[in-house]
Design a protein around this ligand. Structure first.
Ligand code: NDP
Length: 488
């Protein structure tokens, strides 16, 4: 049986910092416990970093920038980056099991999405880095101007807990491809796969000091963001943390890339293919327990199909198996931590106070006494400005609201501080293109969801982010351009 084998073969690991090619304990000697959210058992201990550890990591990262890494030919660097992807795939089962132990997500999802994409992030940027060029202009017979790309320097990579390895590699691969050195800070609740990743980078040939990692709570992140000798911060996490980081980074004028929270609309017109809508909406609502920044947690349905949609959607959502992340039948695992579980449950109480009707769910999953499990929940009858419709819950909870006109739904969709992504379902191509331009979001999916091409711009507007990642956009962030003018 895949489940039992996978679980018993992989031992959870203790997580140390990784500085200058070596795993090290904290200077202050402190550790904290890492808890399995599906069983509430302790998985191991994690080094609790402080300012001294961050200082040390930044110092070696600065030194490594000038060393072998900074002078390595492009093809050689590309081969090392490709090798990191290869080694991630070689260790796929182990990494997937560690990710599921840490996050509570189903093991099939860890394998199919998290680990495969983590490897692909390296493979993609290994290719991309050898093809990207810069601008050049000939100014009559007066001069030639050309731009030279160089690394930004030492970059802090700070990540959340929902897609730990996928998001860390989404930053690390282009940062390395552009020639930078890094200090990574994984989320305190999901430290295991990043810890293994550091070793994988070394095994692939990344020189010591190029990839460093310091574990810890928010204060470790704060030490990185305020550090004098860190040149840029790539951050994914909550909007409120982004705001704190912006203030901390202001005195040293760091370059910032922010991928922040979302409350994404899923807009369904009556002329859409309803079977396709239901299948995809099940995923966009409940995959990864709803803990994906791109999940479509506000569903708007055109009135003629509202009742039929609700009936079919609820029927299918009820079938989703909640429980053990290592059971291949499980579709919804555990929420990532007790703190987050309490937050999601508190929103269910708020929904009741706000007059919401629970079509399904609304409670702790039955028969699961240990662990942080919440049933898939569909709520109707809430106003657009209610807290459950307007605030990010980040759990298996969606609201469904009927609409009558395009104008009405566009007003509801855009009446939010967030602007990360959206899905639009219609068979009318004119309407699709018209409304795609009106939706205030960094990404609009038409008749699909989560379909990605890594060359495309990824990111949010409004309070959902600053800047874009993906292809050339990542390179622009992780590079500085120097323009050279040669007088003829
Ligand atoms: P947080 O913002 O709480 O934490 C993210 C990271 O920032 C963690 O490593 C955290 O450390 C660290 N951190 C906390 N405080 C500070 C600080 N003052 N300075 C520097 N770093 C700090 O996010 P969550 O981990 O709760 O992740 C969920 C959020 O991430 C959701 O809002 C979700 O929408 C968003 N997200 C956005 C994505 C996007 O692409 N737009 C993709 C995925 C998630 P520690 O954990 O130790 O506190």
């Amino acid at each position: 049986m895949e489940t039992t084998e996978t679980r018993t073969e992989v031992q959870p690991i203790d997580c140390s910092h990784y500085i200058n090619g070596t795993y090290v304990t904290s200077n202050n000697g402190k550790n904290f416990e890492n808890v399995n959210p599906a069983t509430e058992e302790v998985l191991g201990v994690v080094a609790e970093g402080g300012k001294e550890d961050v200082d040390q990591a930044v110092r070696v990262a600065r030194k490594a920038l000038k060393g072998e890494w900074g002078n390595m030919p492009l093809r050689q660097r590309s081969a090392i980056i490709r090798k990191v992807g290869d080694l991630i795939l070689e260790r796929k089962d182990e990494l997937a099991a560690l990710e599921s132990l840490d996050t509570g997500k189903p093991i099939w999802l860890s394998k199919k999405v998290d680990i495969d994409r983590a490897a692909y992030n390296f493979h993609f940027f290994a290719d991309y880095m050898t093809s990207i060029g810069t601008e050049s202009y000939q100014q009559d017979d007066i001069a030639i101007h050309y731009a030279v790309r160089r690394p930004v320097g030492v970059v802090g990579l700070i990540n959340p807990w929902n897609l730990p390895l996928l998001l860390m590699t989404w930053k690390l691969a282009p940062a390395l491809a552009a020639g930078n050195t890094v200090v990574m800070k994984p989320s305190e609740v999901t430290p295991m796969t990043a810890t293994v990743l550091a070793q994988i980078c070394s095994d692939a040939g990344v020189p010591d000091g190029v990839v460093n990692m310091v574990h810890g709570f928010g204060e470790t992140g704060a030490a990185i963001t305020s550090h004098d000798d860190v040149d840029a911060i790539a951050f994914t996490g909550e909007t409120v943390t982004g705001s704190t980081i912006m203030k901390a980074a202001a005195p040293t004028l760091k370059k910032l890339s922010f991928e922040l929270g979302g409350k994404n609309p899923n807009i369904i017109f009556a002329d859409a293919d309803l079977d396709d809508v239901i299948e995809t909406t099940l995923k966009s609502s409940f995959i990864n327990q709803g803990e994906v920044c791109l999940c479509g947690s506000r569903i708007y349905v055109e009135r003629p199909i509202y009742d039929e949609f609700l009936e079919k959607f609820a029927e299918r959502a009820k079938e989703l198996k909640v429980g053990d992340p290592f059971d291949p039948e499980t579709k919804v695992g555990a929420l990532v931590s007790e703190e987050h579980y309490r937050k999601v449950l508190s929103y269910l109480d708020i929904a009741k106070e706000e007059g919401g009707n629970f079509l399904i769910g609304g409670k702790v999953a039955e028969g699961l006494d240990k662990g942080f499990f919440v049933e898939p929940t569909i709520i109707t009858g809430l106003e657009n400005d209610s807290r459950c419709v307007s605030e990010e819950i980040f759990g298996p909870v969606v609201t469904v609201t009927p609409f009558d006109t395009e104008e009405e739904v566009m007003h509801q969709v855009n009446d939010t501080h967030y602007g990360l992504s959206s899905s639009l379902w219609t068979s009318n191509i004119k309407r699709a293109t018209r409304l795609s331009a009106q939706i205030e979001a960094g990404m609009v999916w038409v008749n699909t969801w989560f379909l990605r091409d890594l060359r495309t711009p990824f990111g949010g507007m409004k309070h959902s982010g600053i800047g874009r990642e993906g292809g050339a956009h990542s390179f622009d962030f992780y590079s500085e351009l120097t323009n050279v003018t040669v007088k003829l």
